[in-house]
Ligand binder design. Structure first.
Ligand code: SF4
Length: 126
């Protein structure tokens, strides 16, 4: 098949290693095939990114009795990209109380996405 007749649905830059291979998702019949990866880890990454992209969510949470009013937080595992907005809304309703230690779980299994929201730093009491 010539380059010009290939219709690429999506181009995915693999971020698993610094090589940064550019992987194409190409429709073939009722299927999608992936081209441009150099190793199996890249193929796995491309499939995940194509069918079910996930991201680590980073944001802040309001704190009561802390020497700062907000604490930076992140999910301890990537969560589905299309649930990020919902997770942010859930986090916006949350207020935690100082003192907090880095790594403390502030929301367990957020939205049942198999990921905890954890503190990214220590935060002492006021
Ligand atoms: S496909 Fe393999 S070699 Fe290429 S960037 Fe991804 S992990 Fe690295």
């Amino acid at each position: 098949m010539s380059e010009s007749s290939v219709s690429v649905v999506k181009v995915i830059r693999c971020i698993v290693c610094p090589t940064g291979c550019q992987i194409q998702a190409i429709p073939k019949g009722s299927d999608i095939v992936f081209e441009g990866y150099t190793c199996e880890r890249g193929l796995e990454y491309a499939k995940q990114e194509f069918y079910e992209p996930k991201r680590i969510l980073t944001t802040t949470v309001r704190v009561e009795d802390g020497f700062l009013p907000l604490i930076p937080v992140r999910t301890d595992k990537p969560i589905l990209k299309d649930r990020l907005r919902e997770a942010l809304n859930e986090i916006a309703k949350t207020v935690v109380r100082a003192p907090i230690k880095m790594g403390d779980i502030l929301i367990e299994n957020i939205l049942e996405l198999d990921s905890n929201l954890i503190a990214s730093r220590d935060l002492a009491k006021l």
